[in-house]
Design a protein around this ligand. Structure first.
Ligand SMILES: CNc1ncnc2c1ncn2[C@@H]1O[C@H](COP(=O)(O)O)[C@@H](O)[C@H]1O
Length: 351
């Protein structure tokens, strides 16, 4: 790489990127939500939900965790509550990641039942949409992670979701996650389902120490006992546990803009714990979390990291190469992404 040239947007967009921590419903753009809203309103003028472009005005990214979680129930889930809207939103999210230069995506979603839609229908619809998308483009590989909502789900529901994940491995489900409002729930109730997920060859990723409320020594020890392969966020982590994460070389999904805008960390970009973890051996994937809210695509996350932590083109390329180790989809896909990064490294300079 020619490090005499700065990292700029052209570089980070062309860089073949992986995205490992993106929530489907949180990744839907405001424009797409608006289109779904418009269609519903045309069909039913009494449809009683406000225009997403009014509720989420362009440029607004300062969602606190409270306003963030309530937006899903007040808006997103009122719109994406039928299969047609789910297909439309999923396609739009996939197109957005592809357009940003993502070459490997593990999209995560809570298989959500709505009136008239079962969890099975939800997940089959997302998988069908991903399959059709694969027929359209070979550039981006797409896999799914099924997530458990700690804010609302009992152990039996987690069992159900792990069963769905196991049944759908051949269709591209590669892992399971625990997400949802970190101030709620008791994660220890998910021990059995997670050990079954592991025994059945699924990858395990966990939202980890997102807030002080979800960072008690006992919660973190419980989560580490689930034998995760990767951790998301890793914000409020005591030193002893940092050492254990480094010893295990766990893959880290770091979401810089989300953590800064949602005030999940104290301070700004420069204070983000990316600055700490980049010196450890853990593979790091920069991720968007919910690009529909925080409006910073993956290419911008790499740009921000470069700008705030003085990274060169070679630093970013090395980080991407190392992060490939953390994907859940196996050796063939690791080789594929590495090859894409190598081609990029030789061709971009001369382009
Ligand atoms: C701050 N970051 C976060 N922390 C914890 N959970 C999050 C999250 N961002 C999103 N979700 C979880 O993902 C759901 C939306 O996508 P799906 O309907 O599953 O596709 C949200 O309802 C929330 O439970």
């Amino acid at each position: 790489m020619d490090d005499s040239r700065p990292v700029d947007q052209r570089f980070t967009k062309a860089l073949p990127k992986i995205e490992l921590h993106a929530h489907l419903s949180g990744s839907i753009s405001r424009q797409c939500l608006h289109e779904i809203w418009k269609r519903k309103k045309e069909r039913n003028p009494y449809f009683d939900v406000e225009d997403p472009l009014v509720l989420m005005p362009p440029g607004k990214v300062d969602y606190t965790l409270e306003t963030f979680f309530s937006t899903f129930s007040k808006l997103t889930y009122q719109l994406c509550n039928d299969l047609e809207s789910l297909v439309y939103a999923t396609n739009s999210v996939l197109e957005d990641f592809l357009g940003d230069g993502v070459v490997y995506l593990e999209l995560r979603t809570i298989p959500r039942a709505s009136p008239g839609i079962t969890r099975e229908q939800y997940i089959n619809t997302v998988l069908d949409t991903v399959e059709k998308f694969r027929e359209k483009t070979k550039r981006m590989s797409v896999f799914l992670i099924l997530a458990i909502d700690r804010g609302s789900m009992i152990a039996a529901e987690a069992e159900e979701i792990v069963n769905l994940a196991i049944e759908n491995k051949s269709r591209g489900v590669v892992g399971v996650d625990i997400c949802g409002n970190p101030t709620k729930g008791d994660v220890s109730i998910y021990k059995e389902p997670f050990s079954r997920a592991k025994a059945n060859g699924l990858g395990i990723t966990l939202h980890f120490a997102e807030t002080t409320a979800s960072a008690s020594p006992s919660e973190l020890a419980t989560l580490l006992s689930f034998q995760p392969d990767r951790l998301g966020h890793v914000i409020h982590v005591p030193d002893e546990i940092k050492k254990e994460i480094a010893r295990r070389k766990l893959g880290l999904e770091l979401c810089i803009s989300c953590n800064v805008h949602a005030k999940m960390i104290n301070g700004g970009f420069l204070d983000h714990h990316f600055g700490y973890w980049r010196h450890e051996e853990c593979p790091i994937a920069l991720c968007t979390d919910d690009v529909g809210f925080f409006c910073s695509p993956v290419s911008n996350e790499y740009l921000l990291a470069a700008q705030h932590f003085s990274l060169t083109r070679t630093d970013l390329l090395d980080m991407c190469l190392k992060s490939v180790d953390a994907i859940f989809a196996g050796e063939y896909y690791k080789g594929r992404i590495q090859a894409m990064l190598e081609v990029f490294a030789t061709r971009f300079n001369s382009a």
